[in-house]
Design a protein around this ligand. Structure first.
Ligand SMILES: Cc1cc2nc3c(=O)[nH]c(=O)nc-3n(C[C@H](O)[C@H](O)[C@H](O)COP(=O)(O)OP(=O)(O)OC[C@H]3O[C@@H](n4cnc5c(N)ncnc54)[C@H](O)[C@@H]3O)c2cc1C
Length: 482
């Protein structure tokens, strides 16, 4: 059953336990939008709406949940929240596992899951996608036209959060990050107005949204470039743990090869708990690239590589349903010395993923200003250094809420060991300033990692588009400007 049809309308009973401003905003939302858009704890749909967030670590208790159908309704809601000075959170796909990133205790949750419009324009190689879609919806729709976009590698993740964190895709080696492929953001600002931010209009906002998360506005739609890619060579290999030493050397060999194939992409997950290495190998071509031959010497327990659609490739291994997750992000320069230091740490790590990012010219051009058309003329806000780098993500997953604190402490300790190893290797590479927002935990200083000058520019954008720092004060979220 559609969650939202479970209990239509809005009713107020016991509001006494709610924070007054949010409570007052909920009443006004319910009175203003009488079309089954506002849900309080008394509604049957309230709990399933909270539990629509992917990780149980995020399940808090908002005063109410507002689910707008149109941009007009969202604009009206923002005006009410600002007028009442109510704290609120914004959710698209609900996959960020950070507590309070979207669902906020005693505040108002704005759920954007009804923004699901999608429209492909084959003449201009673009698609407009609503922020409430999941990547599976986007890829399934585009498959009928034989094209795709730079989006997520996991089909269930939401469109909005991924792009606003810049988004790492299997296509990123060739076409940059997801945010680099945005040609227009449709945005609702703190004063309730809407703007289109693109290369020609509101250029400063356009730049800041490429990495700026929810600091500047609520994005309702994204226009992305499309690419004529459908059938690819690729798949997953599972390698037994006893080969891990040699495997990590092969990874360095792959990462530092001078002539790496820009159409090939590699992702590895080291899963110490079940003693496997999961290697995902997509290329954007129909032939197996020579660059992957470095991995051929490893004995596999499973190998699904072959020709298939990129969507099929991504659906082969859905994320295991372990309900609680905590990420840690680290950016390192791939050197032998550092990898050797990391090996020991990894051996007792529950799981971590490793995304090599080869800063070839094409990628730098995607992320930094360049001449010519499209979003590339403006660049993104990440301030990436022009060196080959690996975005290293430590993922801890567990079952019980009783273990939350233990996992937080264990994650911090493990991360500290990895950081120490990276710091020790600094003279030969080591740790880089940038941290990948989409893989980070709430204690990580993400925006500061974009560099002083970019933070200064983003502060200007925030002042310009949200006087009185409305979103900074009222909109919950994991990563604020320092
Ligand atoms: C299983 C799994 C696989 C993943 N795989 C990848 C991957 O391959 N590549 C990658 O880059 N990342 C990946 N991620 C990380 C993912 O991109 C982030 O967690 C992202 O924030 C999820 O987006 P969402 O819309 O689902 O999240 P949400 O939790 O809805 O939102 C995340 C944050 O963005 C803000 N936000 C969301 N939508 C909007 C909007 N429209 N306007 C303003 N602010 C908004 C929210 O307020 C919140 O703070 C993965 C995460 C998981 C759990």
């Amino acid at each position: 059953m559609d969650i939202l049809s479970m209990n239509p309308g809005f009713s107020i009973s016991d509001q006494s336990s709610l924070v007054p401003a949010a409570s007052a905003a909920c009443v006004r939302l319910g009175q203003t939008f009488t079309n089954n858009a506002t849900f309080t704890p008394q509604h049957d749909a309230y709990k399933p709406l909270i539990q629509a967030s992917w990780s149980e670590t995020t399940w808090q208790a908002p005063a109410c949940i507002f689910v707008p159908r149109t941009v007009d309704e969202l604009q009206g809601a923002v005006s009410i929240l600002v007028e009442k000075e109510a704290s609120f959170g914004v959710r698209s796909g609900g996959h960020m596992p950070i507590p309070g990133a979207a669902v906020v205790d005693n505040g108002v949750l704005i759920d954007l899951s009804r923004f699901t419009d999608i429209e492909y324009n084959g003449e201009h190689d673009k698609v407009v996608i609503g922020t409430g879609l999941r990547w599976q919806n986007v890829y399934d729709y585009l498959d009928q036209y034989g094209v795709t976009v730079v989006g997520d590698r996991d089909l269930d993740v939401g469109v909005g959060g991924l792009i606003l964190g810049c988004g790492l895709s299997y296509l990123s080696e060739s076409y940059g990050l997801a945010c680099d492929n945005v040609v227009n953001f449709g945005v609702v600002l703190a004063d309730g107005s809407t703007v289109n931010a693109n290369e020609y209009s509101h250029r400063d906002l356009f730049w800041a949204l490429k990495g700026g998360s929810n600091n500047f506005g609520i994005v309702t739609s994204f226009t992305l470039k499309t690419y004529p890619i459908q059938q690819v060579w690729g798949g997953t290999r599972i390698v037994s743990w006893y080969q891990v030493d040699d495997f990590l050397d092969a990874m360095i060999e792959y990462e530092t090869a001078p002539d790496r194939d820009p159409l090939a992409s590699v992702n590895i997950d080291l899963v110490a708990t079940n003693e496997t290495i999961i290697l995902t190998l997509p290329t954007m071509e129909k032939n197996r690239p020579a660059a992957f031959s470095v991995f051929d010497r490893f004995e596999t327990t499973l190998d699904t590589t072959g020709i298939k659609t990129l969507t099929e490739l991504m659906s082969e291994f859905p994320t295991p349903p372990i309900p609680r997750i905590r990420h840690h992000a680290l950016t390192i320069k791939p050197t032998k010395q550092l990898t050797a230091a990391l090996k020991a740490v990894m051996l007792h790590s529950p799981a971590h993923a490793h995304h090599p990012i080869r800063h070839r010219r094409h990628r730098l051009e995607a992320g930094q200003p360049r001449s010519g058309g499209g979003g590339g003329a403006i660049g993104n806000a990440l301030g990436l250094e022009a060196v080959p780098q690996s975005w290293f993500g430590l993922d801890l997953r567990w079952w019980d809420a009783a273990d939350d604190e233990r996992m937080r402490t264990a994650g911090a300790a493990l991360y500290a060991e990895i950081e120490e190893a990276a710091a020790a290797a600094r003279d030969r590479g080591g740790r880089l300033r940038y941290l990948f927002l989409n893989d980070a935990h709430e204690g990580q200083a993400i925006m500061a990692g974009y560099g002083d000058e970019n933070v200064r520019r983003m502060r200007e954008v925030r002042e310009h588009y949200g006087p009185h720092r409305v979103f900074d004060r009222l909109l919950a979220g994991a990563f604020k400007l320092p």
